[in-house]
Design a protein around this ligand. Sequence first.
Ligand code: F2R
Ligand code: MG
Ligand code: MG
Length: 357
Amino acid sequence: MAKAMDSVLAKGKFRGSMLGSLIGDCMGAPYEGEEFSHGLKTMVRKYFDKLDGPYFSAPFKPYTDDTAMTKSVAKCLIEKPTPLDVKYLAKLFVQEYFLEPRRGYGAGVVEVFKKLRKNKFEDLQRPAAEQFNGSGSYGNGGAMRVAPIGLFFNGNYEAMIEAAERCTRITHTNSLGVNGALLQCIAVHQSFQLDPKEKLDVTKFADELIAKMEIIEQDQSGIVDPNEPTPPYKEQLLKVKELLSCDDPNDPIVEEEVIGSLGNSIAALNSVPTAIYCFLRAHSEIPGIETDNAFRRSIQFAVNLAGDCDTIASMTGAISGAYFGDSCIGETMKKHCEYHEEVTQLADKLYEASLIK
Ligand code: F2R
Ligand code: MG
Ligand code: MG
């Protein structure tokens, strides 16, 4: 949007993105690690249909590590934002983990938390750099928690990229893990800036991401030769565009094709572009997902893909919510997610802090 954003819309977008991230996590968590099947798709449909109706009494859907770490990022931005106090953030991650270790954390990242605690946060870099025999983690743990940064630094792209990279490097140093977090952050940022009343140009959205990732990936590899292989995230985003151009809203979606092309795994490279595709694809109807609500459609579609679906749905929800705002979120679905009231308050505080940063 060229002109300054209306404050009601902006606040709603902060809430939408933070709640979208929570809802995707809570809705996807029961199916994380499952293989895609048509039976699973039916189960997911019934689950979402029930949560689209009037309120009914049922236990909360618990959140996982995705939300636990996103909370810490938001808290750090509210309390110690510029430059992002990564020592404080590392302490928040570690505190949160030892308070509630059973939130489904990645096996490798737990080692980083233990080493950080042992070295009393004196060396923030080494524990992550030592992961996986020194290659660093390529997991999606940096991407799954980055949405608050994409919201907070609206208007200052360079500061946003720097904060997202520093936030990620506490646990992930592999370039695929870092660049996945940057891509997710940029996607949230782009979504936030758009007017949800205007029709989204999905190709333009993807092209803008490609242009920005091209700069990031080129800076790292120094690629100037056009005969060099396409950098990994650019390649994935080109596949997103290709899938979108082949989609006919009347044809049944072949989830296996999406999974085969983009992936649905714990690797950032095979989950962040998938989340972006879910957001963009849900702007048109998806056969088998009976709803007019594109926010719900995006999250349900992400959960249908199975695999690392708490994280893919959480990242999809963060992008979708940053676009549509919280008015698109069904009350029943929201109220069945653990911690939804706290996340709403956190989003409001993050919004206030972003105005005075
Ligand atoms: N950990 C999970 N899910 C596992 C099952 C949880 C179960 N439901 C339960 O409740 O116990 N989910 C969460 O982890 C993902 C984010 O992971 P993160 O933070 O990136 O962690 P990590 O450990 O760094 O990486 C994850 C795994 O990826 C593989 N890997 C990463 N880099 C690697 C490398 N360089 N070489 C080889 N393998 C590498 C490893 O298997 C890591 O353990 C989210 O899905 C979140 O929901
Ligand atoms: Mg999780
Ligand atoms: Mg996950």
